[in-house]
Write a protein that binds this ligand. Structure first.
Ligand code: BES
Ligand code: ZN
Length: 626
């Protein structure tokens, strides 16, 4: 590993601030400088009773180091039954392997020893019912209530819990899969899902474009398809599919707008899979099949920027991929920028600006808690760090803000073609911040001298905080919300008299975010009578209303809050409410009760987050003087 990074450091002229270690993926045991997986053939059976996947993964290998005789793979909680190797069509030959003791963050290193450099290795294995990258739902947890459901969430390092892999975004491979399920169950993957596929429990998939491991995805359940356009459509449970098609009917237009800006969509079909509400994220950009939370079906298309975001990853992330998680902003910051451009093109600048301002305020709020070392876009190498640490507003919103800064200085005439060239020239490759910096200097700064200095760029990429030169977008519609809020807080107007008739989700979010941390309970009664926040079906509003009501001791909201926390497993939406509850003894007891009920329906990732929060809160309360 070290030798490899030194070699790379010699090849790429590294700027002085970068360390050679940044090129190494410390979140994977794999040794891609010696051998790389180029193709994966999966053969798995989905067992809903045992909550297990069972079968084999066969790898085509490309050996880079002539002396190498080991293949090291990442695994987590896998039971390895057998490992074999062969070259060409010869007989499979059993190989020695050792599975190291598990590290809580990275899992178990699987070392396979080969007598010579076989062209293929096959691993026969079984997943654990607790696999961190899979959720198994009993029929009762689905909309239809009759068929079980399962789905994967591989990013960042959970693919290794359902496939043994070189689980690093610096390695790309193509894949094929044969998946067997009970006959009434439909299976889908991040591959060539056939809209008219026969539902018979035996499915074959092909992903001919090389992808990194975190984009491996599978789902199975009572799933039906409805088209949006010839190349786009929705997979969902029958109960949800029509609402989803209506809500996301602009998806084809989104693809077209993005193609105009950044070149052709290169993945064939683009479908959406609507998951049950326990899906722990808003969306996941699995290629050809974005996984989507049902909580964005608001009924008025007000939350479809999430679709724009996952679609945008088809360029930023899936086509050009961060080589390690330290450069996550290359995925998420670029995607948040592109998302905003799509929203602007389709829904106008007013809406795009409101969304940008709300995200920016979220970033500034979050940064108050983020250690300075983690406020930079190019994160330094840190052994043992959890890749989820890179998953904050800094990568997303500071990243997007930096690109907006470049756009403003160079103008769209120069910046749009530049970004398109970045995607084109690095298509199907993994890239580092150092490469982006070099490309920026050669293709934009050198060709348009005098607009941005290297110091300004480095301040964005390597310094904490937000540079003073950051563009400050203003939103007149949000300024009107400020005025309305001030009128109500200053007792000049009752809640009912506020001019809210035409407000969209973005305005409501901004209104709630700008309220004081606590209010008198009778003031919340007034808001609730005027706007019916308690029990809202809009998750973005619920995410902000329930913590406010808890902090303000407006306990009338608790029954609806409890329903919300038990129904929804999307972390971003529910964590703020758990946090508000956990700050008082009585609230913590209530949260503990809710969690006990909700837990069987939560995803392992959500269970982990809520459990950590409640444990910490208990310790804090015990330590506090009575
Ligand atoms: N790729 C992310 C989700 C992700 C990131 C999962 C890191 C695991 C580790 C996805 O594209 C995303 O950003 N989703 C956001 C929504 C988006 C509109 C900001 C989410 O889930 O909230
Ligand atoms: Zn994203």
């Amino acid at each position: 590993m070290r030798l490899f990074s030194l070699l790379l450091a010699l090849l790429l002229p590294l700027p002085a601030f970068a360390q050679a270690d940044r090129l190494v993926d410390e979140h994977s045991y794999a040794e891609p400088s010696k051998v790389r997986i180029s193709h994966l053939a999966l053969d798995l059976e989905v067992d809903f009773d045992k909550r297990q996947l069972a079968g084999s993964a066969t790898f085509d290998l490309q050996w880079a180091d002539p002396a190498a005789r080991e293949l090291v793979l990442d695994t987590r909680d896998l039971e390895i039954a057998k490992v074999e190797g062969r070259t060409g069509n010869r007989k499979w030959r059993e190989l020695d392997f050792s599975l190291a003791e598990a590290d809580p963050r990275f899992g178990s290193k699987l070392t396979i020893t080969l007598p010579r450099q076989f062209a293929q290795v096959r691993v026969t294995y079984l997943t654990s019912p607790q696999a961190s990258g899979l959720q198994w739902l009993a029929p009762g947890m689905t909309a239809g209530g009759k068929t079980p459901f399962m789905f994967s969430q591989s990013q960042a390092i959970h693919a290794r819990s359902w496939v043994p892999l070189q689980d690093t975004p610096s390695v790309r491979f193509t894949y094929t899969a044969r998946i067997k399920t009970p006959p009434s169950v439909m299976a889908l993957m991040s591959a060539d899902n056939e809209p008219a596929a026969l539902r018979d429990g035996d499915y074959s998939f092909e992903m001919p474009q090389a992808i990194p491991s975190y984009l491996m995805a599978i789902a199975a359940g009572d799933l039906v398809f409805k088209p949006i356009s010839p190349r786009a459509g929705v997979w969902a449970e029958p109960q949800t599919v029509d609402r989803a098609v209506k809500e996301f009917e602009d998806t084809e237009k989104m693809i077209e707008v993005t193609e105009q800006l950044y070149g052709p969509y290169r993945w064939g079909r683009y479908d959406l899979l609507i998951l049950p509400p326990s899906f722990p994220f808003g969306g996941m950009e699995n290629p050809r099949l974005s996984f989507i939370t049902p909580t964005v079906i608001a009924g008025d298309k007000s939350l479809v920027s999430l679709i724009a975001h996952e679609l945008a990853h088809s360029w930023s992330g899936n086509l050009v991929t961060n080589a390690t998680w330290k450069d996550m902003w290359l995925n998420e910051g670029f995607t948040s920028y592109v998302e905003n451009r799509i929203v602007e093109a389709l829904y106008g600048k007013e809406r795009a600006d409101m969304e940008f301002v709300n995200s920016r305020n979220g970033l500034l709020e979050e940064m108050k808690q983020v250690p300075v070392a983690q406020q930079v876009l190019m994160l330094p190498a840190r052994a043992g760090s959890d890749p989820e640490e890179a998953l904050g507003a800094v990568a997303y919103d500071k990243g997007a803000w930096f690109l907006q800064f470049l756009e403003q200085r160079y103008g769209r005439e120069a910046f749009d073609p530049f970004l398109r060239a970045w995607f084109d020239q690095h298509a199907f490759q993994s890239a580092t911040s150092e490469q982006f910096l070099a490309f920026l200097e050669a293709e934009l700064m050198a060709k348009n001298p005098g607009k941005v200095t290297r110091e300004e760029v480095l301040a964005w990429m390597t310094q904490p905080g937000i540079p003073d030169n950051a563009p400050r977008i203003e939103s007149p519609r949000l300024a009107a919300v400020d005025a309305a809020r001030a009128d109500w807080l200053g007792d000049r107007k009752a809640a009912r008299e506020l001019p809210t008739a035409a407000w969209t989700t973005q305005e409501w979010v901004y209104f709630l975010e700008g309220l004081p941390a606590t209010l008198e309970p009778d003031r919340l009664v007034e808001l609730d009578q005027a706007f019916r926040f308690t029990g809202t079906g809009n998750g973005e509003i619920a995410q902000r209303w329930y913590p406010l009501s808890e902090r303000s001791q407006y306990f009338e909201a608790r029954p609806a809050m409890s329903l919300f926390l038990r129904k929804i497993g999307r972390r971003k939406l529910i964590m703020p409410t758990y946090e508000a509850l956990a700050s008082t003894e009585d609230g913590l007891a209530f949260a503990t009760q809710i969690f006990a009920m909700a837990r069987p329906g939560y995803h392992p990732i959500t269970i982990g987050s809520v459990e950590a929060l409640l444990t910490k809160a208990r310790a804090a309360l015990e330590a506090a003087p009575q």
